[in-house]
Design a protein around this ligand. Structure first.
Ligand SMILES: *[C@@H]1O[C@H](CO)[C@@H](O)[C@H](O)[C@H]1NC(C)=O
Ligand SMILES: *[C@@H]1O[C@H](CO)[C@@H](O)[C@H](O)[C@H]1NC(C)=O
Ligand SMILES: *[C@@H]1O[C@H](CO)[C@@H](O)[C@H](O)[C@H]1NC(C)=O
Length: 389
């Protein structure tokens, strides 16, 4: 009896510790590479969009650590620059929507209007703040219907800090950085020796040992996909690194930010044939793959079939659990949405705000009978102490 009670107590402590403690990530140098579980490559990639931003403020260190705990294959980020040329992880060109910049009286005079992709945008731009100033801000959750309790707690992180989170993970976790708004950044930020934003981006990856084309030994050791909406940047960086690249495709109404090409032009047979010399895949907005009307899915386009015929992977964005984002076909069940995209449409990776949900979907649907029996046995072992009480 006593031993059962103490076992149960220990079991509860274990559960509590498991739920609340952040794992201590040993530095990779302290852990043999051989013992790190490799990247899985047998099923579609779980790409943690801005970290686990469904739970924690986007692109912060805790959001990325949470995504790693939840089973991300890749942690995804957007790279922008500070005024003093430091590369940072941040999605919007302005700080207004996801930081507390409005509360900082000392920055009240920093508001500017710049033309971004043909539209005049007014706000506090990252490119007008030094890294030190950016670090004095705190990040907020983007959506009001998500957990607000972490607002004001976490800092913006640099590209290098983000890389360290991936490299320090207890298993091999890939990175998936975007060259974000390169036209604006190259206009507003100047680096010594006439270096461009794209040069600094690739230099940072090389500094930390990221190299090698898709699925090579070097790549599998430190996997990375480089993504961009700007064809000019992708072609430019393919001269600097053979790391695999993904060409992002926006909604059908949005022309490319650098080459001003239409959706129809960049998804034509001729263009896919051209861009495949530089990229291993495309990252389309999911409504361009399966159009939506009245919140119901319509007939899928042939974009996935055509991309696959060109040997291009397809990693659509963005999958989100909440009712606000789920189409009625999925009867408010994110698992049904994943089932459709993985098993009916047949994509090769998904950008998700809820890495844990997609991971659970993949774990439960890839159990074979032997694994299922083993799992039931493990559960029975955990439950048996209670039956003796
Ligand atoms: C943006 O504002 C500037 C200054 O008012 C103006 O000259 C320019 O035409 C505007 N651009 C767009 C795209 O509206
Ligand atoms: C790539 O490098 C070659 C050789 O240095 C150069 O001729 C070419 O213009 C470069 N291409 C791009 C897109 O920068
Ligand atoms: C982009 O292309 C559209 C349609 O061809 C054209 O109307 C527009 O002026 C172009 N914009 C720029 C900045 O070249």
């Amino acid at each position: 009896m006593a031993s059962s009670t103490s076992f149960v107590l220990f079991f509860y402590l274990f559960l509590i510790a498991g739920c609340t403690a952040r794992p201590l990530y040993p530095r990779p140098s302290k852990e043999s590479e051989k013992h790190r579980q490799p990247l899985q490559t047998f099923r579609p990639y779980n790409i943690a969009h801005r970290g686990s931003n469904g739970e924690l403020p986007e692109e912060t260190s805790p959001a990325y650590m949470r995504a790693i705990e939840e089973g991300a294959d890749f942690i995804e980020t957007d790279i922008l620059a500070s005024k003093d040329g430091v590369l940072i992880c941040f999605h919007d060109v302005t700080l207004d929507d996801t930081t507390d910049v409005a509360k900082h009286k000392e920055f009240a005079d920093r508001k500017r209007t710049y033309e971004v992709q043909g539209v005049n945008v007014t706000g506090f731009f990252t490119v007008d703040f030094t890294l030190k100033e950016l670090k004095s801000l705190r990040v907020n959750q983007r959506y009001k219907f998500r957990d607000q309790q972490y607002n004001g707690k976490f800092q913006i992180i640099t590209f290098e800090e983000y890389i360290s989170i991936a490299l320090d993970a207890p298993r091999v976790v890939g990175i998936y950085p975007e060259i974000k708004n390169p036209v604006l950044i190259n206009q507003r930020v100047k680096w010594p020796d006439n270096k461009r934003f794209e040069d600094k981006f690739v230099e940072t990856l090389q500094k930390y040992g990221y190299k090698g084309s898709y699925l090579t030994k070097d790549w599998l050791k430190q996997p990375a996909f480089i993504q961009s909406f700007a064809p000019t940047s992708l072609i430019y960086v393919s001269n600097l690194t053979d790391l695999p690249k993904i060409f992002l495709i926006d909604d059908i109404t949005v022309p490319t930010q650098d080459t001003n090409q239409s959706f129809w032009e960049i998804t034509s047979e001729e263009y896919l044939n051209y861009i495949k010399k530089y990229v291993v895949g495309i990252g389309p907005w999911k409504d361009t793959v399966v159009p939506v009307a009245g919140n119901y899915l319509q007939t899928p386009t042939d974009l996935v079939a055509r991309a696959h015929a060109h040997n291009l992977q397809v990693h659509p964005y963005t999958y989100r659990n909440e009712n606000q984002f789920l189409h009625f076909n999925f009867h408010q069940d994110p698992y049904a949405e994943y089932d459709y995209w993985i098993n009916t449409i047949g994509v090769d990776g998904v950008f998700t705000d809820f890495t844990g949900s997609f991971h659970n979907f993949q774990e439960w649907t890839s159990l074979d009978d032997k694994n299922a029996a083993k799992l039931l046995h493990e559960i029975a072992k955990l439950v048996s102490p209670y039956t003796k009480l």
